[in-house]
Design a protein around this ligand. Structure first.
Ligand code: HGY
Ligand code: MN
Ligand code: MN
Length: 421
């Protein structure tokens, strides 16, 4: 081993650690607020069970662990005094009826990387902090990234958001035994070395490319809104078609237009994931309809133009039926390029391991696009063999997770070697 070559843990150790991480993902998937499926929303009771299991790994490594004001679990290996921190991690919340890897794989691989680096024997010239973000999916409050936004100082504007039961983010924080006035203490360091997130790809690109891992070039921008169509509830049998003010008919035309536009616009995706018609009886023309719109594209201008066109369509279809339209913006995130230096570091580490690591745009949103506002941020994707996610059949190949851990550890050792004082 050359003198300046950083010590590297044997690949057998890395494989043992990555399998332990996978076993932990399988165990954590049973921690849920809905028996029989994996569902964990913001600060639900199972989040506390997650914290207990993750703390056990951190404690074994001698890491110092805390819960910050929004419920992010944060475990640190201290570096030399005054040294910057490299943040690793992802989110521990899930969508309803989720798989076992979205988010949490990046958290447990953060602990596995910390253990591998410790085993390398030589102290790092920077600190390591493993982050388990409390909320990324936006399920409970309709807004994503409550966890990571606390690290960049924008979570305070979410404190009054209400969930379906009328409880605010502030209520949820206090009910969990936390204190929102301590939000300033959640800020990430100003001179952080960076943020590195390992995450399943959740799509078909790496599988089609035959690659175990991929380097994210940028993360798409996304807009999430609620559209409320209001007409006149009436008798389904006695109300002639010409006298109806049917919001569901207007909403249906809008949904078809959204699919048509997305199919016709390269790289655009538009999704209506939730729809509710009230009063919700088969023999009653609905009075009100609310639906969600999630629209995304790699380029913000394309997304903005498509959104404007779709809102025009919604207005037109509503007006044609004497229906009113209310548009409630829920979330807006710009497309975010990943840090060129860390991307190059990931490519160098992968090449050093003989791995192809194609670059790809992330169609999913990630905490890395929030952290990028305050530090260099990068993501390493792990192949999704069946291209399925946000579904219980989400899967990974264990040997791909081995590869991902090896790339992350090698990158960090290279950063240490280059950054060694
Ligand atoms: O919806 C997403 O893009 C991610 O899963 N939060
Ligand atoms: Mn997700
Ligand atoms: Mn995710």
């Amino acid at each position: 081993m050359k003198a300046d070559e950083p010590a590297r843990p044997a690949s057998a150790d890395l494989s043992r650690l990555s399998r332990a991480a996978l076993d932990l993902c399988a165990e954590l998937a049973t921690l849920t607020e809905v028996p029989g499926q994996t569902t964990r929303t913001y600060l639900c009771p199972s989040a506390a069970q997650m914290h207990t299991r993750l703390r056990a790994w951190a404690d074994r490594l001698g890491m110092t662990t805390r819960l910050d004001a929004v419920g992010n679990l944060r475990s640190r290996l201290e570096g030399p005094p005054g040294a910057p921190t490299l943040y690793l991690g992802s989110h521990l919340d899930t969508v309803p009826n989720a798989g076992a890897y979205d988010g949490i794989l990046g958290v447990v691989l953060g602990y596995a990387a910390a253990e591998a680096l410790q085993a390398g024997g030589r102290p790092l010239p920077f600190g390591i902090e493993v982050l388990a973000f409390s909320e990324e999916e936006g399920v409970r409050y309709g807004v994503s990234f409550i966890g990571s936004r606390a690290l960049v100082g924008t979570a305070d504007e979410l404190l009054d958001r209400l969930d379906r039961e009328g409880r605010s983010v502030r209520d949820a924080i206090r009910a969990f035994g936390l204190d929102e006035t301590e939000l300033p203490g959640a800020l990430a360091e100003a001179n952080a070395l960076g943020y590195l997130e390992v995450h399943i790809e959740q799509g078909p690109v790496l599988q089609d490319a035959g690659a175990a891992v991929g380097v994210v070039s940028s993360i798409v921008g996304q807009s999430r809104l609620t559209l409320g169509f209001a007409g006149q509830a009436a008798h389904a049998g006695t109300t002639p078609m010409t006298l109806r003010r049917d919001p569901l008919a207007a909403a249906a035309r809008f949904m078809v237009a959204a699919e048509d536009l997305a199919r016709a616009t390269p790289g655009l995706v538009a999704t209506v994931g939730m729809i509710e018609a009230r009063p919700g009886a088969g023999n009653v023309i609905p009075g009100e309809v609310s639906l969600s719109l999630d629209i995304r594209h790699e380029f913000d201008a394309v997304r903005a133009e498509a959104l404007a066109a779709l809102l025009d369509t919604a207005e037109r279809e509503a007006a044609a039926r004497g229906v009113t339209l209310a548009v409630i913006p829920r979330m807006e995130e710009s497309a975010t390029p990943m840090d060129a230096g860390l991307r190059a570091g990931l490519h160098e580490a992968a090449a050093g391991l003989g791995l192809a690591a194609p670059e790809l745009v992330s169609g999913a949103g990630h905490d890395a696009q929030i952290l990028a506002a305050r530090m260099p941020a990068a993501m390493l994707f792990v192949r999704s063999p069946n291209a399925l996610s946000h579904h219980p059949d989400e899967m990974v190949n264990p040997e791909d997770v081995d590869a991902a851990l090896a790339v992350v550890v090698r990158l960090i050792e290279n950063l240490a070697g280059g950054a060694r004082a």
